[in-house]
Design a protein around this ligand. Structure first.
Ligand code: PXP
Length: 238
């Protein structure tokens, strides 16, 4: 069975909307682990729009499964990773104005910097994954720069507007998984996956872990709404 890494960024998004202390992504991570999550993922963005440095520090101490830190390829982030020592790092491209990570890394373009930073992270015992499109050139480049894993960007598949397009994107992912595994790269996948579209990707096989965030947090808000309202009503009753 494929593993599930739960991304708790958007618990922090709700917290940051009020600038207070709740809801706490650390508590959400513990509940996700109790429910059976195989790992916890957070993206410490350069603009700190959701997850904060303190969250990563506390999660490093409290996560009992595996902590995966998503981050941009910058000196600042590499220094944080070397200090905090997450179990794995997933390198992602980052744009200041994007709502969420928009594309995969251009590994071919960033080859020399990637090679140097990946070596540093691996020396510290951190497993390194590169978030890329299922593109043969990017997969080959990921192998060349010494990544342990690739994480296949499933966003284009998730956004497909027709069944034909969805099938094409699924085939692209399937070819990518096979090419990566032939090179000895391990494969994760994520972005945009939800309760309806994850099944066909799971059925492809060959993916070790799915990193899923927004759809889980969105569902948690809705399935938890009834209980939350009932509890408040109880308090109003006195
Ligand atoms: N994997 C990577 C590399 C991501 O950047 C993200 C979004 O932060 C995810 C997985 C999770 O995507 P989603 O929140 O759409 O499930």
């Amino acid at each position: 069975m494929a593993k599930l890494g739960v991304n708790v960024d958007h618990i922090a998004t709700i917290r940051q909307a009020r600038g207070i202390t709740e809801p706490d992504p650390v508590t959400a991570a513990a509940i996700a682990e109790l429910a059976g999550a195989d790992g916890i993922t957070v993206h410490l963005r350069e603009d700190r729009r959701h997850i904060q440095d303190r969250d990563v520090e506390i999660l490093r101490k409290t996560v009992k499964t595996r902590l995966n830190l998503e981050m941009a390829l910058t000196d600042e982030m590499v220094a944080i990773a070397l200090k905090t020592l997450p179990d794995s790092v997933t390198l992602v491209p980052e744009g200041r104005h994007e709502l969420t990570t928009e594309g995969g890394l251009d590994v071919s373009l960033l080859q020399s910097t990637l090679k140097e930073k990946i070596a540093l992270l691996k020396q510290a015992g951190i497993v390194v994954s590169l978030f890329i499109e299922p593109d043969i050139d990017q997969i080959k480049a990921s192998h060349r720069v010494g990544a342990d894993f690739i994480e296949i960007h499933t966003g284009t598949y998730c956004e497909a507007q027709s069944e034909v397009d969805q099938l094409q994107q699924l085939q692209r992912i399937e070819i990518g998984i096979s090419a990566a595994r032939k090179l000895g790269l391990r494969v994760n996948a994520g972005h945009g996956l939800d309760y309806r579209n994850v099944g066909p990707v799971v059925a492809l096989g060959g993916i070790e872990e799915f990193n899923i965030g927004h759809s889980i947090v969105a569902r948690a808000a809705l399935v938890g709404m009834e209980r939350a309202v009932r509890e408040m009503l109880q308090l109003l009753k006195g």
